[in-house]
Design a protein around this ligand. Structure first.
Ligand code: SF4
Ligand code: SF4
Length: 450
């Protein structure tokens, strides 16, 4: 204990374990006990390839950041990434999902450094061809080869065509077919440099059906879909209901990899009355654990990705999947009721993926939308000046807005240039929502009734 400073102690143990140990006295034995409250990780086996994959997969798009970038420009706190990955490995997590575009392009490098310290046959690396703005063959090939270099590997276990669907079949054909890249990737799989080839999907059902129909020719090894207890039957924006996406994969015996199990954090930050409802049913379980149990319960799910920035999140998810307690039919009904109640709160379906960034005018798009959502969940969006908590809600909204978003990055600076809209996988009409929020802010400032 005395060799650990406070920061590394917090990083190693996590605040969840600390809370548990605080009451019992902070001895090394108690810390060990707190981190051993979990059993064996649940694994799923790839139906055709035989890979044994941990049900919890590490999404590497939300690594902890440094206060100031390092000398090489890397913005990620490598020391903390190493500790999180070591802890995840120790507790059975063997799937790590990154992309050349995550965290301003630094995720692959940091993930590669941390993984390289472990035997290569102990984990699976997933990364993507994230050629969103330049579809040329040269650019796509350069991106592909850079992934190998940054990840310090000579093969990639799971390689994805990133976020297909947006822009319809035309964009799909331009990104992968007309430039010969799909043929190239099939040859790379043949040569063993790609072990499994698949795609992640956000978009119109017609694109999904058409790309899936290519299975006879391409033999997709897996597909990454958005699945959670709201999207199962009530997908919003341009997303497709997850029960359809999953069902189609099952018909073809293609395993599903799950993204957005928490619907961009909205299922862990539920409104207070829904939190109470979940806690009444399972007082010991976190709110997030319900969403993870839902996402992990279908048998055709190979792994569920979670972007765990803090040790506390990692420990909570490990607890949920070590082992998974599959949801009963009653529990599924209960979550469907919760989803319906949640839908009464019209939050904006932003999951903070940051694909719309940077905005040429400097707006913090995700920050603004997430602040609005938080205020909806906390009941701080007054409908009229007659609302009984109008004064408190108005102050909470305005003060929180100024604190979390610098003035020059607020919604009032949106010019409506529309550069962001085609990049949003959730199909949000970003300038429209920003203008709505700006009007709302102006009304609050003028203390007008809404
Ligand atoms: S529409 Fe608004 S938010 Fe989007 S890129 Fe243009 S200025 Fe930025
Ligand atoms: S607005 Fe869309 S693209 Fe931007 S962070 Fe939110 S979900 Fe991602």
């Amino acid at each position: 204990m005395k060799d650990l400073n406070r920061r590394s102690f917090l990083k190693k143990v996590g605040t969840g374990a600390l809370t548990a140990t605080a009451l019992q006295g902070c001895t090394p034995e108690n810390i060990k006990k707190a981190s051993k409250v979990i059993g064996e990780m649940t694994y799923r086996t790839h139906p055709t390839r035989g890979d044994k994959v941990s049900l919890l997969g590490y999404g590497c798009m939300r690594w902890p950041l440094l206060e100031k970038p390092a000398a090489d420009g890397n913005v990620i706190d490598q020391e903390m990434v190493n500790e999180l990955i070591d802890y995840a490995m120790d507790h059975g997590v063997n799937y790590y999902d990154t992309s050349p575009v995550y965290i301003q392009g630094w995720s692959e490098k940091s993930t590669g450094i941390a993984l390289k310290r472990h035997p290569r046959d102990k984990y699976y690396i997933a990364t993507k061809l994230s050629n969103f703005s330049n579809y040329s063959r040269e650019n796509s090939l350069a991106m592909y080869y850079k992934s190998f270099k940054d990840l310090q590997t000579d093969y990639i276990d799971y390689y994805l065509l990133h976020s297909i669907g947006g822009g319809g079949m035309k964009a799909f054909n331009d990104r992968y077919v007309n430039n010969g890249i799909l043929d190239f990737l099939l040859e790379e799989r043949e040569a063993g440099r790609i072990r499994n080839l698949g795609f992640s999907f956000h978009g119109a059902v017609e694109v999904y059906d058409e790309v899936l129909a290519m299975h006879d020719k391409v033999n997709w090894d897996f597909v990454q879909i958005q699945l959670n207890y709201v999207d199962w039957k009530h997908a919003s924006g341009n997303n497709v209901n997850a029960d359809y996406l999953y069902g189609e994969l099952q018909k073809k015996n293609i395993p599903s990899i799950i993204m957005e199990p928490l619907l961009g954090g909205r299922l862990s930050g539920l409104p207070e009355h829904l939190v109470r409802k979940l806690k009444e049913k399972e007082p010991e379980q976190s709110v997030a654990s319900w969403a993870f149990r839902f996402a992990g319960s279908p048998e055709g799910v190979l792994t569920v990705l979670s972007g765990m920035t803090y040790m506390e999140h990692l420990q909570d998810n490990l607890k949920t999947y070590s082992p998974l307690m599959t949801l009963s039919d009653d529990e599924k009904d209960f979550l469907e009721e919760t989803a319906q109640l949640m839908l009464k709160y019209p939050t904006i379906p932003c999951n903070d993926c940051q694909y719309c960034m940077p905005c040429p005018y400097g707006l913090d798009i995700a920050g603004i939308l997430l602040h609005y959502n938080r205020c909806i969940n906390d009941g701080n969006i007054p409908k009229s000046s007659q609302d009984e908590n109008y004064k408190k809600a108005r102050q909470a909204f305005l003060v929180g807005y100024d604190r979390s978003i610098p003035k020059l990055r607020q919604a009032s600076y949106c010019t409506g240039c529309d550069k962001c809209n085609p990049l949003c996988p959730q199909g949000i009409d970003i300038p429209k929502e920003l203008h709505m929020i700006d009007d709302f802010v102006e009304m609050l400032k003028q203390e007008k009734a809404f």
